[in-house]
Design a protein around this ligand. Structure first.
Ligand code: FUB
Ligand code: ZN
Length: 663
């Protein structure tokens, strides 16, 4: 380990250079509100839920079966099932590293799972339960689909998490042996290949950062450079599916399988930052810009095709076929965080915020026991509640499912929520930057070892007031920077300094530089109110519709809020009337431990087609000048709920983009 004396800072991502310095889980604590609730459910329910399902599905037992020579007969699950254990191990480590009282229990869980994994590692470091043993396909015989390097990636990230969070232990040692095996097998002079699923790139860079060993970074750089040269078979989805169609530094937009594309981009940023490769960083920035401008849903969701879980073409963003896989949301947050650290630009924190609130927070049910895999923006049919003891196909269910045959999303949500406090704030030579708003405590040091302690008080995202109280500060000037979110554009945000000076601030970054004193308060007032949103007309699938956003939250109509028997497709809204705040009471407030303001609804003017007003058997197309067939409708106030909260009240239809009256 680097330095090998003190435990490293508890950092999920620890670049050695870049515009901003991340703060560790030991420096930032989320103390209440939206994310505290979700992190509590994650710690107390979801982690155990994932552990139990993996035991029950046989995925935990695969390791012992491999060690005891009982594979392939006794092996269960898909070829990448090993990775789910590793992601859970990573989640346990970060969660334990956040100063929770549950840390000893989480450590015990981690030790038990590590004990399950360890016997399957072979003397040369190879570790995978699906390949290489008698009766199984040989090692690395199916790099396109076998996921062996992908699984190592998650194993290595778990090992890094343990070292940073709990101190180097058995899991870290297993990860190091695996990483050494990867370098020996795929390094210069070895097999010149890449994995069909990027992921190992970020992991190897993080291991290099942890250990100070350059060879892990070199290996990651090799994997990034090798991709795009057609070393993988073309397959039914084409080379773009694996991002093997174009070298990373030549591509103009993210394409192919969304999770693969985003993990690769994140790995490329890591490599670029550590090697000082400005051209590579610029290539990823260019791809990010094109993808955000043309291939991203209002929710931040990415991926428009079910067939191959991939990005669609430009502006192909059908709401009712949105795939927007939860893992793509997680991967987008990872990419945005790395770009933010590298450049300091708030646009990356803007997209991370949108994605966290509207994709990552949407996946788990309020009780933390079921998950969306795909995050559609329009559900036409009320789904059935999957039975508690069944494994669901990945995206088929209309409602959240407890577990999937491909269960990548639950563990990805778990590890993201576990490390979430680290995404709130950073520091640099000038001071501290706040990127995401939550009730929180921050304690860090500025250059020269000057301690700074801040308390953030807010009911964000339900309200827009963010108060920063200075609890400790050096006796010299420094700069507090606050992100003014992109969603405030066209409205007015205010910043009040400790002396009472109040000024408007524009989207981007607002700064106050002064000698702060303990007790000083800085107040950011963000205009959280519901607003109509329209899409670029090139997003053809949502022409003639509007959506509602309130602060960072996207809203939706859900059939459970309509008069009995109506579905959301009966709703048309009137955007000439401004949307209004509605009562709390739907969505989140139904859950345990609701915070004040949780579950704020929005009411919009519109009409609902009367039941039976539509001729269900009629030809659905008519001349525009023929009014016959326009269903009778009743004027109504229509209640909208936060999108992330939908499907928590039983089977329902739902839509985000709502047709307007008189289109
Ligand atoms: O291939 C492993 C994971 O399964 C991917 O990241 C997800 O998209 C799902 O296909
Ligand atoms: Zn997934």
């Amino acid at each position: 380990m680097k330095g090998n004396t003190a435990r490293p800072a508890v950092l999920p991502v620890a670049p050695t250079r870049g515009r901003l310095r991340p703060l560790g889980l030991d420096e930032v604590r989320i103390t209440g509100g939206f994310w505290a609730r979700r992190r509590h459910v994650n710690e107390t329910v979801t982690l155990g839920h994932c552990r139990d399902w993996m035991a029950r599905a046989g995925w935990t037992g695969n390791f012992r079966a491999a060690a005891e020579g009982r594979v392939p007969r006794d092996r269960r699950g898909r070829e990448f099932a090993d990775s789910e254990l590793y992601k859970l191990l990573e989640a346990l480590a970060w969660q334990a590293g956040t100063g929770t009282g549950a840390a000893p229990a989480l450590d015990a869980e981690s030790a038990a799972l590590t004990e399950a994994v360890a016997p399957a590692q072979e003397p040369d470091g190879y570790l995978n339960t699906a390949f290489g043993r008698p009766g199984q396909p040989p090692r690395y015989s199916d790099l396109a689909w076998g996921h062996e390097l992908y699984c190592y990636g998650h194993l290595i990230q778990a090992g890094v998490a343990q070292a940073r969070s709990r101190g180097e232990g058995e899991l870290t040692k297993i990860a190091l042996r695996a990483a050494d095996h990867v370098c020996a097998t795929f390094g210069t002079g070895g097999t010149e290949a890449v994995c069909g699923h990027p992921q190992i790139e970020t992991a190897l860079v993080e291991l290099a950062r942890l250990t100070g060993e350059r060879r892990y970074l070199d290996q990651a750089a090799l994997f990034v450079a090798r991709r795009g040269h057609g070393t993988l078979p073309e397959g039914e989805f084409g080379r773009a599916y694996h991002q093997d169609d174009l070298p990373v530094r030549e591509a103009g937009v993210l394409r192919g399988h969304a999770v693969r594309a985003l993990y690769l981009a994140a790995g490329a940023v890591d490599v670029a930052v550590e090697t000082g490769d400005e051209a590579l960083l610029a290539a990823v920035v260019r791809q990010w810009e094109a993808t955000v401008a043309r291939r991203t849903y209002l929710t931040g969701g990415m991926g428009a095709h079910h067939r191959d879980e991939s990005f669609g073409g430009d502006f192909v963003l059908p709401p009712d076929r949105a795939y927007a896989e939860t893992c793509a949301g997680v991967a987008s947050v990872m990419l945005n965080w790395r770009l933010l650290l590298a450049t300091g630009e708030p646009r990356y924190a803007d997209l991370a915020e949108r994605t966290l609130f509207n994709v990552v927070a949407t996946s788990p049910a309020q009780d933390g026991r079921s998950f969306f895999y795909a995050n559609t923006l329009h559900r036409r049919e009320r789904g059935a509640v999957p039975a508690e003891d069944t494994v669901s196909p990945r995206a088929a269910s209309g409602l959240r499912a407890p577990w999937f045959a491909v269960s990548c999303c639950p563990t990805n949500v778990a590890r993201t929520l576990a490390q979430l406090p680290a995404y709130l704030a950073t520091a640099d030579d000038r001071g501290v930057q706040l990127h995401q708003y939550a009730d929180a405590e921050i304690a860090t040091s500025l250059p020269g070892g000057h301690g700074v302690a801040l308390r953030i008080l807010t009911d964000y995202p339900w309200g827009g007031d963010v108060v920063v109280r200075v609890d400790r500060s050096p006796d010299r000037p420094w700069t507090l920077s606050l992100r003014v979110p992109d969603w405030t554009a066209g409205a007015t945000a205010w910043l009040t300094d400790p002396a009472g000076g109040r000024r408007t601030v524009a989207p981007g970054t607002a700064e106050i530089t002064r000698v702060f004193r303990p007790g000083d308060r800085i107040r950011l007032e963000l205009p959280v109110r519901p607003r109509w949103i329209r899409a670029d007309p090139r997003v053809d699938a949502v022409r003639g519709t509007v959506a509602v956003q309130r602060g960072p939250l996207v809203y939706c109509a859900e059939s459970v809020d309509l008069p009995d028997g109506h579905d959301v497709d009966a709703v048309r809204v009137d955007p000439s009337a401004a949307p209004q705040d509605g009562p709390a009471g739907a969505g989140d407030s139904a859950g345990p431990g609701g915070e004040p303001g949780e579950g704020a609804t929005v009411v919009v003017a519109g009409e609902i087609a009367a039941p039976g007003a539509r001729d269900e058997g009629a030809w659905p197309y008519r001349p525009l000048d023929d009014p016959a067939g326009t269903p009778a409708a009743d004027r109504a106030g229509i209640v909208l709920v936060p999108y992330h909260s939908w499907a928590n009240r039983g089977p329902a239809t739902m839509r985000v983009w709502l047709p307007t009256v008189n289109p």
